[in-house]
Design a protein around this ligand. Structure first.
Ligand SMILES: *Cc1c(COP(=O)(O)O)cnc(C)c1O
Length: 394
């Protein structure tokens, strides 16, 4: 099997899995218990908090453990909105290609009387900082812009946006789920107030993540109960998951530069090969993108059929995000960068991992080329395109 869907989830690293089992077996006490068996679990938790904080340039007490990226996004946005509500500021700036954990939370806020401005992400999938600045108003309580897009991989000018938010005195949250562990992220340098991350996107376990919250920013508690996570996130901590997350993050950070160089080379090999397929186009900026992300549109085909036929050839890929594939709506990300419905339907996302070889990449290119040609063979849209009844867009 060739796994090229690392943006959906990654395989746990051996070290993370080892850490997880050893904590589950040996440090299974409740961190809130006062006897030493419980305190050992508390120490494991706090050591993980220190290690994670060190990787992203935060203080340990600025890290709040949560169930993953979705919860962290909800928590960050809800907290900023609550602060805004108290101060009579009910306006949020974001983009149309955020993850649904952000977009759906913003839709909820709109129902509660907030206004949301979505800045343009342009054809290349990159936000322009001055446009974020222009969207900020006196009543803006939050800017939330993702670090790197999960479908097209484009990396946003977070540092510039952070600088603007600081100058304008507006809270800045970034969904960094695709960035952390893959590209350098430093909360101090980037000037972010809140940052979401999820372990299963960097070879840690599923169901655990963290939210960085700059000290002084008041977090809302969405889950009532015990006093865990400084009273902000009740519930007995996922000690084994957190320890494994810290292990995975240390490992991916230490290998980051080497991995990125290798991945970028394989990514560009894929982009070059797939670009030779007639009437195809790369989605998102060719270079300002995650080292492992490739996303193409092929005119005249359905992405879903392409995926199923690639699966028959042992290739795991995606047509958009895992959350929307299965639904027949085209990707909101591709629509946001201006792809029309028909073209957006024929999309393919390959999010490659460190183990993908050049030979694997060549096999993918060959397979995609053959499958696209096969599907076009009985596509009515393709027939109309080639007979001139419809005009080619790509
Ligand atoms: C995967 C993902 C999430 C959701 O994270 P979970 O841990 O699966 O809840 C949020 N944002 C982005 C950009 C993602 O890629």
């Amino acid at each position: 099997m060739i796994y090229a869907d690392n943006a959906a989830t990654t395989k746990m690293s051996e070290a993370a899995a080892r850490t997880m089992t050893s904590v589950m077996n040996d440090v299974w006490g409740n961190p809130s218990s006062l006897y030493s068996h419980g305190q050992k679990a508390k120490e494991t938790l706090e050591k993980a908090r220190e290690e994670i904080a060190a990787v992203i340039g935060a203080l340990p007490r600025e890290i709040y453990f949560m169930s993953g990226g979705s919860e962290a996004d909800n928590q960050a946005i809800r907290s900023a909105a609550e602060l805004g509500r108290k101060n009579g500021k009910k306006h949020v700036v974001s983009t149309a290609f955020e993850h649904h954990a952000v977009l759906h939370t913003l839709e909820r806020l709109e129902k509660e009387g907030f206004e949301v401005t979505l800045v343009d992400v342009h054809e290349n999938g990159i936000v322009i900082p001055s446009e974020v600045e222009a969207a900020i108003r006196d009543d803006t309580c939050l800017v939330t812009v993702m670090y790197a897009n999960n479908e097209i991989g484009t990396v946003q000018p977070i540092r510039e946006i952070g600088e603007i938010c600081r100058r304008k005195n507006v809270l800045f949250h970034t969904d960094a789920v695709q960035a952390v562990g893959h590209i350098p992220v430093n909360v101090a340098d980037d000037g972010v107030d809140m940052l979401s991350a999820s372990a299963h996107k960097f070879h840690g376990p599923k169901g655990v993540g963290f939210l960085y919250v700059r000290r002084g920013v008041r977090l809302l508690n969405l889950i009532e109960g015990g006093a865990q996570e400084r009273g902000k996130r009740a519930g007995t901590e996922n000690v084994a998951g957190v320890a494994a997350m810290a292990e995975a993050l240390k490992e991916s950070s230490s290998k980051m530069a080497d991995n990125a160089a290798r991945l970028t080379a394989v990514r560009d090999r894929l982009i070059e090969g797939l670009g030779k397929i007639p009437h195809s186009a790369l989605n998102g900026d060719p270079s300002r993108r995650l080292p492992g992300n490739v996303n193409f549109c092929f005119e005249g085909i359905e992405g879903e059929s392409l995926l199923l036929l690639l699966d028959d050839r042992g290739i795991c890929a995606s047509s958009g995000s895992a959350c929307t594939s299965g639904a027949l709506d085209p990707s909101h990300v591709l629509l946001a960068i201006g792809r029309v419905h028909d073209v957006a339907h024929g999309s393919l996302r390959l999010s490659i991992g460190e183990d993908l070889t050049d030979a694997d990449a060549d096999y993918i290119v060959r397979s995609v080329g053959e499958v696209v040609e096969y599907l076009r063979g009985f596509s009515p849209i393709w027939r109309d395109l080639t007979s001139g009844k419809r005009e080619f867009i790509l």
